[in-house]
Design a binder for this molecule. Structure first.
Ligand code: F6R
Length: 242
């Protein structure tokens, strides 16, 4: 694992955006795996700025998001579909067919998970996967205890994960209890991975990740077994590293 320490959130975002941009520029038919949440917002904004400043052909790019809340329709303002539409798909003028995300309103979540897994498998494979990390070490919505072999599946979100995301909803009760997420097995199939980590709130998680203990109790620890992982962490996130 390669650790790039940067000064702050902006530098983290610019650095991650540059790596996404370079991948898309060098391989126009690249498949990107994308995350949502607070951490990548700046990365997407920086990527949009860079593409506007130095245009590249994105017409063959394909993207697969990690996860979506179960029970939220794509048109719900808090769905990850909407998040991506606002921050990535529309500003980069992508065609909807280029962008993939689990359907949160599917009646049968497991069937939807299997459909989504097949879509990822049938693609040429994720070239670059962008990840954030939860305070409990989750990647995607794979909470502690998830099998390292898991493919896309339905998960029950932990109380702490729902609490961390409650700020986007009116009240915690409105945060869906379940989500559909790529499994750790799916994520580990990506050719390369970028993990972005920012802020004091994530310092403990980054410290635990860098301790090199690999355990299903701390899902992100599996990244030690991947051949090409770059972690971009800001000063606050890296503050507990020696
Ligand atoms: C989001 C995702 C999650 C987040 C994690 C951190 O698609 O898969 O693993 O990356 O919950 O979220 P933030 O960035 O909001 O702290």
């Amino acid at each position: 694992m390669r650790l790039i320490k940067v000064s702050d959130y902006n530098e983290m975002s610019e650095t991650a955006a540059r790596l996404l941009y370079e991948k898309a520029a060098e391989k126009p038919e690249a498949v990107l795996g994308l995350a949502t949440g607070g951490t990548p917002e700046g990365t997407y904004a920086a990527l949009v700025r860079k593409v506007k400043a130095e245009p590249i052909d994105l017409s063959r790019l394909q993207t697969f998001n990690l996860d979506e809340y179960a029970g939220l329709s794509p048109s719900h303002p808090n769905s990850y579909y909407k998040y991506m539409e606002r921050k990535f798909v529309q500003p980069l003028q992508l065609n909807k067919m280029q962008f993939h995300i689990p359907n949160g309103e599917a009646e049968d979540g497991e069937k939807e998970a299997a459909r989504y897994e097949s879509l990822v498998q049938e693609s040429s494979g994720v070239d670059l996967q962008l990840l954030g990390i939860g305070e409990n070490g989750h990647i995607g919505f794979n909470e502690p205890g998830t099998s390292f072999q898991a493919k896309t599946h339905v998960v029950t979100l932990n109380k702490e994960t729902r609490a961390a995301n409650a700020k986007y909803f009116k009240q915690i009760e409105d945060v869906p209890e379940k989500a559909i997420t790529m499994g750790i097995g799916t994520i580990m199939n990506s050719r390369s991975i970028i993990l972005i980590v920012s802020g004091k709130r994530k310092a403990q998680a980054l410290k635990r990740l860098m301790s090199e203990e690999v355990s299903e109790d701390f899902p992100a620890s599996i990244l030690h077994s991947h051949p090409d992982v770059t972690i971009i962490a800001d000063k606050e996130a890296a503050s507990l590293l020696s």
